[in-house]
Design a protein around this ligand. Sequence first.
Ligand code: CA
Length: 224
Amino acid sequence: MTRILLVEDDDYLASALVLALERKKYLVDLAKTGAQALESIFSDRYDAVLLDLGLPVIDGIEILDELRKSNEELPVIIITARDRVEDKIKGLDKGASDYLVKPFDFGELEARLRAALRKSNFKNSTQMKFASLSLDTNNGQLKLANESMELTPKEVVVLKTLMTRAGKVVSKRQLMDQIPDWLIESSENAVEIVVHRLRKKLEASEVNINTVRGFGYILELRQQ
Ligand code: CA
C-alpha cells in the first residue's frame, strides 16, 4: 500500500482529492493544518506528501523546511494556488520534488505522484551499521542479528545520531537538536521516551543505549 499524506486546508478540494486518490488505491491521511501535518510526518511513515502552501498559522514552506531537516528523501509535491514564479523557486529550493499550480487536472497530479514515487524507490537506501545492528535510515528498517523491525521517524533520528557517534556520549541537547524543537512540548522528556522505546527494541541484541548520568547517552556493546 502506498501511503500519502495530503496537507490541504480547503475542505472541498481536500475531500475531492482524498476520494480520487483512494479510488486509485492510495491510502490517504488528511492534515488540515501545519501542526497536524508535522505531527503526522514525524509520527507516521508516508511514501509521499502532497502539500498545499497556503495554510493558516504554519505555512507549507515552513513545513517543508522542518521536514527536510530530518528527511531528505520523502517525495513532496507542492500543490498551490500561488502561481508566482518566486514561490515555485522557493519550494523547489527547499527540496520539493515537484510543483503543481491549482487548478490542476487530477490525471496530471497522479502522473507526477507516480513519477516522484518511482524516483524515490530507485534511490539507494542508506544503511548504517554498528555491531549486529543495521539501520536503513530511509525506511526505518532496523535489523538485529535475528529479527527485523520498523522504527518510527523519531526513533530513526535518535538511533542514527547515537550510531554515528557509537562509543561516545551524546547529550540530550544534541539529540533534541535533531528533532524540530517546537514539535516537542517537554523536550528532555520526549528524548527519554524515545530512548526508552529504542532500548526495548534493542533488548534482543548485544547493543544497548546506556545512560551517562548528567551527560546523556552512549550506544555501546552490552557488558557481559
Ligand atoms: Ca490553502
